[in-house]
Write a protein that binds this ligand. Structure first.
Ligand code: ZN
Length: 165
């Protein structure tokens, strides 16, 4: 699917490709609007239980629908990255948590989004019983030696880094 924008969202003129500061951008020849493209900020959550098992969700949406991965999602405009992490955890797994530390920041290039910035947090369990929520069809704690293949390199790095403490 070609999701490239064609018309200016301000004045509806057909956009033209132009090189600005070395980057090819779509620019409006009428009003000067520029289609800046940037990575989309998201959060991914590492939550371990008392047995050092890792919480994964079975993804209900693309990319990688049907595969197991860390709970994750896009950050809403009005929230902090920490708020996004605890909100996504609650939405996808029904667990309430508290951010413990920032593990790292990574970049992912899934086909449907050109570039996604993945901010990995370790989150501590507060309360709730595990239940697969919106955007996923399963939620489960996995022992380290039984982790299913995780499709995102950023998530694999968050798990690896998050276990060093
Ligand atoms: Zn325009």
């Amino acid at each position: 699917m070609n999701t490239e924008i064609k018309y200016c969202p301000m004045c509806r003129t057909l956009l033209k490709k132009k090189k600005l500061e070395e980057y090819p951008r779509l620019v409006c020849p009428e009003c000067g609007w520029i289609n800046y493209e940037n990575p989309i900020p998201s959060v991914a959550i590492l939550l371990k239980n008392q047995n050092n098992e890792i919480l994964l969700v079975k993804r209900g949406v693309e990319p990688e629908k049907g595969k197991w991965a860390l709970p994750s999602g896009f950050i809403e405009v009005e929230e902090t990255t920490e708020d996004a992490a605890t909100r996504e955890l609650k939405e996808e797994t029904n667990l309430r948590g508290k951010t413990k530390r920032l593990i790292g920041v990574y970049t992912e290039h899934p086909e449907i989004y050109k570039s996604v910035l993945v901010i990995g947090y370790e989150v501590e369990f507060i309360s709730g019983s595990l239940l697969a929520g919106s955007d996923c069809s399963g939620a489960k704690f996995f022992p380290l030696e039984e982790l299913p293949p995780i499709p995102f390199s950023s998530h694999r790095k968050i798990i690896k880094e998050g276990l060093k403490d």
